[in-house]
Design a protein around this ligand. Structure first.
Ligand code: PLP
Length: 457
């Protein structure tokens, strides 16, 4: 029996929640006034809240429940592993079968020579691992001055000091005295908002070349790595122009700097391949993964590292870094089972060949709606830009995010979870969503857009 009451009245739960629970990324004032939405159970793509509403989860939780909710196999392996070996560490020359098997499995799934794994507890501390690892790499090669990591404004890499510094969320930097030293940012490839008169192709090249400019500005001998999400997620699902990534890859290769692909969202099928790097044609030296690794059933992250980098890290003095829960046996067992489900049920192939194209066709039709400018989607991650005037790609007069928030509230009211980033609406449903559920998602999204239009007109 769980030590909590799933059937307590909503108002009581909300009051208790507001009294004691500090929430991540939540407006405390709104929480006190309106109370949290309380989710009590879930199955497939469906959430149930404390008032009994059935809500279609268009965000897979936080972009993570790739195999959908309520998979009994995952509960079973977690329970079996807890009885077998609930914890042991991987420090000081020790290991255990679940971590060994998972590292080998990830090495098999990852592209190119990415065949070593450092386990983390989440995406944020994974990116902290990456900062430490690339600095250690260059130090071990006798180039300790190569320590600067370049990332992008409006990128998101997590909430720890290191990861939030890599991220380009100015609001986060302002609240925490960030970024830490040794991090530099370049502008993002968001053509819709920032492309001006350029074509998407010209803009993609121009934004990629900012990396070369920044490397020259800092001094090529001081730059350790570039990190980016193949497709920005929390920044608003910004799908870069096709010219962007090939030019970034060329610049990283030309200057010999390491390339870190933050695949925390794009990993494990979201873009229709195992990894976003495969979809976007990127050859990273390190990939940050988390979320879909366990479909969010338990926390776990993994930095998947190239042989070239791993040999240097392993071949020098001990890498003085690690987390108590690096390679946690229960998380590793759940991850292995989750990967088995993704593979044996051909879930990623279905996203690439069936449900992804079906959703794309419906999603792109949203540009016919008077409020929608751009509608872009890759696999199971997409966004729409809301605008008062499509041709000029104008922004609303109201403070950025006002209209997006209205639309998000209308989605909730129609039992659909869709998130807003400023005045962009984003989706990232569980990968197991069916065509019928996609149709329902689209009907509810259109209804929410119509209602938003009525309010803002
Ligand atoms: N990197 C990316 C691209 C993310 O989207 C996120 C979370 O959304 C993170 C890192 C941080 O991961 P976590 O919240 O597991 O620490």
């Amino acid at each position: 029996m769980a030590m909590y009451d799933n059937h307590r009245p909503t108002a009581e739960l909300q009051a208790l929640d507001a009294a004691h629970h500090l929430h991540p990324f939540t407006d405390g004032d709104a929480l006190n006034r309106k109370g949290a939405r309380i989710i009590t159970r879930a199955k497939g793509v469906w959430l149930t809240d404390s008032d009994g509403h059935q809500i279609l989860d268009g965000m897979a939780g936080l972009w993570c429940v790739n195999v959908g909710y309520g998979r009994e196999e995952l509960a079973r392996v977690a329970s079996e592993q807890m009885l077998q070996l609930p914890f042991y560490n991987t420090f000081f020359q020790t290991s255990h079968p679940p971590a060994i098997a998972l590292a080998a499995k990830l090495a098999q799934l990852a592209p190119g020579d990415l065949d070593h794994v450092f386990f983390n507890g989440s995406g944020s501390d994974g990116n902290d691992t990456n900062i430490r690892m690339v600095r250690r790499y260059w130090q071990a090669l006798g180039q300790p001055e190569r320590s600067v990591i370049i990332s992008r404004w409006n990128g998101y890499h997590g909430s720890t000091m290191g990861a939030a510094s890599l991220g380009g969320m100015k609001g986060m930097h302002e609240q925490g005295g960030l970024p830490i030293p040794g991090i530099a940012h370049i502008d993002q490839p968001d053509w819709w908002s920032e492309g001006g008169e350029m074509s998407p192709e010209e803009f993609g090249l121009a934004r990629a070349r900012l990396l070369a400019d920044k490397i020259e500005e800092i001094g090529p001998s001081k730059v350790a790595a570039f990190i980016a999400e193949p497709i920005q997620g929390a920044g608003g699902v910004i799908i870069p122009p096709e010219t962007y990534w090939p030019e970034i890859q060329r610049i990283c290769d030309a200057y010999g700097i390491l390339l870190i692909a933050d695949e925390v969202i794009t990993g494990f099928g979201r873009t229709g391949n195992w990894f976003g790097s495969q979809t976007l044609g990127i050859r990273p030296d390190i990939m940050t993964t988390a979320k879909g690794l366990t479909s969010g059933y338990v926390p776990m992250g993994a930095s998947i590292v190239s042989r070239k980098v791993a040999e240097v890290i392993n071949g020098s003095d001990e890498f003085a870094h690690g987390y108590t829960y690096s390679g946690h046996p229960v998380a590793a067992a759940v991850a292995l089972e989750n990967l088995r489900i993704l593979e044996e049920e051909h879930i990623i192939t279905r996203v690439r060949e069936v449900t992804g194209p079906y959703l794309k066709a419906a999603w792109e039709q949203l540009t016919e709606h008077p409020l929608v400018g751009e509608a872009r989607i890759t696999g199971m991650m997409g966004s729409i830009a809301l605008t008062p005037h499509k041709a000029s790609r104008a922004k609303f007069a109201a403070k950025a995010g006002t209209v997006g928030l209205i639309c998000r509230e209308r989605c909730f009211a129609n039992n659909l979870v869709m998130r807003h980033v400023g005045d962009r609406m984003i989706i990232s449903p569980p990968l197991v969503i069916t065509e019928e559920e996609i149709s329902l998602l689209m009907t509810r999204a259109r209804l929410a857009l119509d209602q938003t239009l009525d309010i803002v007109r």
